[in-house]
Design a protein around this ligand. Sequence first.
Ligand SMILES: *[C@@H]1O[C@H](CO)[C@@H](O)[C@H](O)[C@H]1NC(C)=O
Length: 380
Amino acid sequence: MDLSLWGLILCSLIISVAGQTPVVSVEPRAVTVRQGESVSFRCRVGNDAQGIHLEWRRANNQALPDNAKIGPDGAVLTFANAKPGNQGQYRCVAANSAGRGMASATLNVKFPPKVRLTPTGPLHVKVGHGVSVVCRATGRPQPTLSWKRQGSTLQLFTTETNDANTIQWDAARLEDSGIYICQGENSEGVTEVKVKIIVEAGPGVPVATVSTTEMTVVEGHTVTMSCQATGSPPPEISWSKLRAPLPWKHSVVDGTLTLSNVGRQDSGQYICNATNIHGYSEAYTQMEVETPPYATCMPEQVRLRAGDSLSLQCLAHGSHPIHFVWSRAGRASLPAGAMTTKDGKLTVGHVQASDSGTYKCVATNHIGSSEATARVNVRA
Ligand SMILES: *[C@@H]1O[C@H](CO)[C@@H](O)[C@H](O)[C@H]1NC(C)=O
């Protein structure tokens, strides 16, 4: 026999001994579960490959996690009480003497946010010094992060990057003391972590306080707002108005701001600023000027034919709430079928000639009242 014939015999011998290489598939190929749920993957060999040894592995070749169990025939991989760390790819490898086949499955584990602050606090910071707290969260899906202040809806200064949200002050003020909350949220839940920030006055640093933080006055009256400041050397006090100049009729004497004959436009936030060489401190007074109503009718004159519909609107400026009452001059009641609304509307579906006359609207709030009239002329 020549050499090539020997080769042929040898080849067929190997094929008949080894049989087929395993063809492997995994069911399901990808699955998403919540933390704490259980899940199984089954590995199948799709052909008649014989003498197979099955093995499950992590795709990164690390050991299977503690809560992963493999069924008696080696085909079923089960995760009891899935953990966030179980997320990843798992590979089923089937081997026999003819070769190896493999297939992989992906496990996703969703979990509610875990929020972490750096530093954790409580934080003590001197007035005028900078402070920042970084908030990070893990969770699947990726949580969104936000900061808020306990008991306040004021906008905070925060910076957001891919995986962190930082709250910061370049120069902390006494009134920044408080509890700040970072919230992480995803479809699995909401987690909040708090940090306490305590801003402390240093020696000599100014601290301003106003006698009233909120006040309401009636139009035309005179208002005084006083501001005291501690600090060394004694701070200088100045007053300003948020986003507007101080009213024209104002004076400041010994830290007290006086506004005479106030009008609606003088409402707003007034800021006392106490300044010395160590820094400054601001304190705020919110003032609202209340005004009596000023009413007008829309339209002031109407000409209609009998059977037309009448619609009058009473409008009023002034402090809310404003209450409207319609009546008719010289008559005890409104026409039959007249309807009025809370917001000052009067309607009559079908007017008659006898509905002609003067209609009066009185607008009232807790300061005063105002009236306006409309002339209605109905031709028969
Ligand atoms: C208060 O005074 C300081 C220092 O002069 C100044 O930087 C700051 O803008 C003032 N604040 C207001 C509201 O005017």
